[in-house]
Design a binder for this molecule. Sequence first.
Ligand code: ADE
Length: 250
Amino acid sequence: MRIDVVTIFPDYLAALDLSLVGKARTAGILDLRVHDLRDWTTDRHRTVDDTPFGGGAGMVMRPDVWGRAIDDVAGLSAGTPDAAGAVHLVVPTPSGETFTQRTAEALATEEHLVVACGRYEGIDARVAEHYRSAGMRVSELSIGDYVLNGGEVAALVMVEAVGRLLPGVVGNPESLVEESHGAAGLLEYPVYTKPPAWDDLEVPDVLLSGHHARIHRWRRDQALRRTAVRRPDMVRALDVDTLDRHDLEV
Ligand code: ADE
């Protein structure tokens, strides 16, 4: 997969050289390119923003600068006829739809993502409209109900969530199945490692029993309880047909 991130703060994205995403890049699974939006400005001051029409506080990012940047990284400047259809444009914004594990799964099937990180009061609304009309998939996405100073941290979150789903990135793909927000629709059960006793706290006996069926049942009960307490919204969204007889005893 190729991901182009366009930002006025390329250094923010330096963390993507680290850890699993960094390894995916070196392994050639993820072709991640970070660009400075100011490379597409045309004035001496490298201006990317201006005052909002209609008045109000703050500055808005100019559509002409964004248009040149996105055309370039999406390969539209080269005049390839169906280039727009090959790209999914992601715009992190607090006014977007919520980015979830399902969104990450859907984006992980794309060949080419372009992530446009806005700052200030956001990007001129015509940018998303223009690329939608050109046949590009465009997703304006929020990582949660709070406001950050710009899209960069949200882009980090999204690239990591999508990148770890690419085949070959997470060493043991089974760890993607049981994790929180995975296929079971539950939060993950609590986990323990050595030592078996630490500071008068002991690992639950069942986990030391070697009895796989009992361990499986205990973990599922813990996941159900934890989800009920912390995320009742997720319990309501469970498909009852995926529950077994014992689940209903919890
Ligand atoms: N930019 C600023 N706040 C954001 C948020 N919550 N999600 C995505 N992008 C943002």
